[in-house]
Design a protein around this ligand. Structure first.
Ligand SMILES: *Cc1c(COP(=O)(O)O)cnc(C)c1O
Length: 421
């Protein structure tokens, strides 16, 4: 195993990217292994330069920076659209970077969740991230509906942790006439399951519902084709796999069939929803901007977006196909070392994640069966593994292909064997 890890690292075409990130120092005497890129990605070394450029423009140009900065702030969102489009498989105009994730979900639902007495239900996966759950529940309540009736939370069948695509499409068919919106994760934050977005979208459209996705754990993790899959809308944050810093800006996708028809797609607007040409004429009747950019409300948050720009340049250069290729190998190796530890210690852990590599990203969630989960977690942490604990007994690790190595995964396996003892 150790030899395999050594060779895999030596042959890894992406290995030099590791040095383009700052790695947190662990406690003295321990190797530090950062497996929390699913929660907060590491800082790219290039971020400081991008942010400094805007700080300098502010310092030296002040208000003139809106038009005279090298990247004029007035059009700042445009600098991120091409890379964002390539990241999620969309046309540049179908994307925009703005605000934060949950806020964007609300703005998008203001347009795409417009319940009628007949069609008012929202389908989400059971165990969805709390913020998403609160968002859909309060959307329903805000429309005067009973959230318990309007929001359907789909659970896996008895004894399973993950949903099958058939179960999801069957639920869509079951609620066909009353279903307004399917709002699923792309990659589920708890189980790591990567849903079949194309199949879910097709099934939703078949019954006349809208398909929206939260891609917080999918963007920068898996290869997405949002345009071709006909997804109606999506949003994601940039601070997890996209390494753009705490509270970083959120990305948004709106399919052009909605974005090109501002008249038919009502939205909550502000001055930045207006076409840049007309913005300072401050017309009485708003001329909505075309494309996803029309969902902007306020002017751009330049500093966090500058950090995001630095990170997007990395993703552009690496490419999601190459990244995913390494990711599948690295995650498969992580699965192998976990299974080995499990065999040695007689089934003390159970896979909480899909075994099919196509149905997962780089995160593996392990259920600790012996009630000693917390102890194991703390042992690993003491020994330098930065990982994530989820109530009641689940450990999540995310070997991130941009900056984690096969050697780290091997070392994690050694520590897990010790921890389970
Ligand atoms: C991380 C995450 C969020 C975080 O939302 P913010 O609005 O950025 O605080 C929301 N939903 C999901 C599914 C997430 O994974």
């Amino acid at each position: 195993m150790q030899e395999y890890a050594r060779l895999a690292d030596a042959n890894d075409p992406l290995r030099h990217w590791r040095d383009q990130f700052y790695h947190p120092k662990g406690s003295p005497g321990t190797k530090s292994i950062y497996f929390c890129g699913n929660s907060l990605g590491l800082q790219p070394r290039s971020v400081q330069k991008y942010v400094m450029e805007e700080l300098m423009a502010w310092r030296e140009l002040a208000v003139k920076g809106h038009f005279d900065a090298d990247r004029a702030w007035y059009n700042y969102h445009q600098y991120l659209q091409p890379q964002t489009g390539r990241l999620v498989g969309a046309k540049p105009e179908e994307t925009v970077v703005m605000n934060s994730l949950t806020l964007n979900l609300h703005l998008l639902m203001a347009s795409f969740y417009r319940p009628t007495p007949q069609r008012y239900k929202i389908l989400i996966e059971a165990g969805a991230f709390s913020s998403d759950r609160y968002a859909v529940m309060t959307q329903a309540a805000w429309h005067g509906l009973d959230p318990k009736e309007a929001v359907i939370e789909l659970s896996p069948s008895e004894g399973n942790y993950t949903l099958t695509t058939d179960e999801i499409t069957a639920a869509i068919d079951q609620h066909a006439d009353s279903l307004a919106l399917v709002l699923f994760s792309g990659v589920q934050y708890y189980t790591g399951q990567y849903f079949d977005l194309a199949a879910i979208t097709a099934a939703a459209h078949q019954v006349g519902a809208i398909a929206g996705f939260d891609l917080a754990h999918a963007a920068g993790n898996v290869v997405l084709q949002l345009h071709d899959w006909n997804v109606d809308f999506a949003a994601w944050c940039s601070y997890k796999y996209l390494n753009s810093g705490p509270g970083g800006s959120s990305g948004v996708f709106v399919h052009e069939r909605h974005g090109d028809r501002p008249e038919q797609t009502p939205r909550l607007a502000g001055w930045w929803s207006v076409d840049a040409k007309h913005r300072f004429q401050m017309p009485q009747d708003m001329v909505a901007q075309r494309g996803a950019a029309g969902w902007q409300v306020s002017n751009a948050q330049v500093l966090p977006m500058a950090a995001h720009l630095a990170s997007l340049a990395i993703f552009d250069e690496v490419g999601m196909i190459a990244l995913r290729q390494k990711s599948e190998q690295l995650t498969a190796f992580a699965e192998l070392v976990i299974n080995q530890a499990n065999e040695i210690w007689r089934q003390t852990t159970q896979n909480y994640y899909p075994s099919d590599p196509k149905q997962r990203g780089c995160q593996l969630s392990i259920l600790m069966l012996n009630g000693r989960g917390r102890e194991v977690f703390e042992f690993l942490q003491r020994n330098g593994v930065e990982l994530d604990w989820r109530h009641p007994n689940v450990i999540r690790i995310a070997p991130v292909p941009l900056y984690n190595t096969f050697a780290e995964v091997f070392w994690f396996g050694e520590l897990l064997i010790k921890a389970l003892r």
